[in-house]
Write a protein that binds this ligand. Structure first.
Ligand code: IPE
Ligand code: IPE
Ligand code: MG
Length: 235
């Protein structure tokens, strides 16, 4: 399988709640299992040669869930960052949390800053975790910050990165994977996915493993990307 050297894969990790409900467990149990999957998939991604992995962990619309679920998700995120930062450091993985920070609990913001500082030197893979993330909000905020001067696509891209607290050079998404059977973007990386290949799978996120990731990458490797052009041999 031949993959581009700077491959950017984004994943909408959906289906934790259904995974738990199918087993008669509370939704929070699905999120705990989902966090275990994150650990496995992060390592498998680095191993597969992915350069940037962006995971949708908590959308701005997820604030609308019951308070107990929101609390357990944010607590899980804080624990994940605290324990996984060291592991990422060992594997030369750089953590970058994208999205809004002004509505997050103070201890979560500290955990984010600490994990980013600790892993800043990581050069093997960039792990971006989207928390309180909304594409529509990011685009609106970047537009608000834009000056009246004519902006290039590159200038606007940089403003978006600034709004999202994203470290530079992630590049556009090449492959967007969504687990859990739904076929929608749910306000995730609308700008960055302009030419992304989309891959939807019915596997619920806690059941998504290394072999499912390989399957998605194999499918991606077979796609013909044209970016609006015609292929040289047919021109
Ligand atoms: C994805 O799983 C995790 C988050 C949105 C935080 P869900 O919690 O959306 O699980 P389902 O879609 O209800 O099964
Ligand atoms: C998208 O899943 C958000 C995350 C995976 C973090 P949702 O479960 O929130 O999306 P909808 O409600 O099905 O669109
Ligand atoms: Mg869902």
């Amino acid at each position: 399988m031949s993959l581009p050297g700077n491959l950017h894969v984004a994943i909408i990790m959906d289906g934790n709640g259904r995974w738990a409900q199918l087993r008669g467990m509370p939704r929070s149990a699905g999120h705990i299992q989902g966090a275990k999957t994150v650990r496995r998939i992060v390592e498998a991604s680095a191993h597969a040669g992915i350069r940037t992995l962006t995971l949708y962990a908590f959308s701005s619309d997820n604030w609308g869930r019951p308070g107990t679920e929101v609390d357990s998700l944010l607590k899980l995120l804080r624990c994940y960052l605290a324990t996984e930062a060291r592991r990422c450091l060992r594997h030369a993985i750089r953590i970058n949390v994208i999205g809004r920070r002004d509505r997050l609990p103070r201890d979560l913001v500290s955990a984010i800053e600490q994990s980013e500082r600790l892993t800043a030197g990581g050069s093997r893979m960039r792990l971006r975790i989207a928390v309180d993330y909304s594409s529509k909000h990011s685009i609106l905020e970047a537009a608000r910050r834009a000056s009246r001067n004519a902006l290039s696509v590159q200038d606007f891209q940089e403003l978006l990165a600034e709004v999202d607290h994203a470290v530079p050079e992630s590049g556009p998404v090449d492959l967007l994977i969504r687990t859990g059977g739904e076929q929608r973007l749910s306000d995730f990386l609308l700008w960055d996915c302009a030419y992304a290949e989309l891959y939807f799978t019915d596997h619920l996120w806690p059941d998504f493993g290394e072999s499912e990731l390989r399957e998605a990458l194999t499918d991606f490797a077979r796609r013909q990307r044209r970016f609006g052009k015609v292929l040289a041999e047919t021109a």
